[in-house]
Design a protein around this ligand. Structure first.
Ligand SMILES: Nc1ncnc2c1ncn2[C@@H]1O[C@H](COP(=O)(O)OP(=O)(O)O)[C@@H](O)[C@H]1O
Ligand SMILES: [Mg+2]
Length: 222
């Protein structure tokens, strides 16, 4: 049996009296490549925030890498998440005054990554960004910028990537490139949970969930 990466057990989330998630059960195992679809406002981002321990459930249990995280104090949750879980958002926050390789270098130093230069070289290769290493973000396409943010996730050593509409502002070709990159990383052992509206790219996933009315169900794109 593959290792358990993320488990939601009967998870509820209520904001100011309004129930958003109503008894979510979810189980991700190592190597899973899963997507969540659902209408806007259905709680997809909320679910991802809970998954990484950025927010706490109103009720229920959340296990990350086999450890129950919801009863932990915030600093312990942060510490536990570090180097295991990374978020990719639709808009990414690159340091505009620094080049691609400097962006990775600064981030890596903050995290205290060892063998940093070697890892950055490897990651730029994986990302197909070697020819852009001396460029500042302004001169990159949206897809390239998103690849830099994926590079940061890789640098952190994350084994679980939680991506919230990562191709939401990219054209179809760039979106497809990002999904190809996810698939490649997945084949190298990174587990993915991706919120997406991109119906054309759902075929890439081995499991797709629909979040609607606060409830998670299996979704069939056909
Ligand atoms: N921090 C918050 N405080 C109050 N309400 C929130 C908060 N975060 C999200 N919500 C509400 O929860 C619902 C689900 O939001 P969200 O998870 O962002 O949905 P989705 O990502 O599916 O569009 C929305 O109605 C939103 O307004
Ligand atoms: Mg959202």
């Amino acid at each position: 049996m593959r290792n358990s990466i993320l488990v939601f057990r009967n998870v509820y989330k209520t904001y100011t009296g309004e129930p958003i998630l109503k008894g979510i059960n979810l189980s991700l195992r190592e190597g899973d490549f899963s997507a969540i679809v659902g209408p806007s406002g259905s709680g997809k981002s909320t679910l991802l925030h809970l998954a990484g321990g950025l927010e706490l459930p109103t009720k229920g249990e959340i296990y990350l890498f086999g450890r129950r995280i919801d009863p932990l104090p915030e600093d312990e949750r942060d510490e536990f998440r570090k180097g295991k879980v990374a978020y990719i958002f639709q808009f990414h926050y690159l340091l505009e005054d620094f080049t691609v390789e400097e962006n990775l270098e600064i981030f890596g130093k903050l995290l205290g990554v060892s063998n940093l230069d070697k890892k950055i070289n490897e990651i730029l290769e994986i990302l197909g960004l070697n020819h852009r290493r001396k460029y500042k973000p302004y001169y990159l396409s949206g897809g390239e910028r998103q690849r830099v943010s994926i590079g940061r996730a890789l640098l952190s050593g994350a084994k679980l990537i939680l991506a919230d509409e990562p191709t939401g502002n990219l054209d179809p070709l760039q979106a497809e490139e990002i999904f190809k990159l996810f698939a490649k990383l997945n084949s190298q052992g990174v587990t993915f949970l991706v919120v997406t509206h991109n119906k054309n790219l759902l075929k890439n996933f081995n499991r797709i969930y629909l979040l609607k009315g606060g409830v998670l169900s299996d979704y069939s794109p056909l």
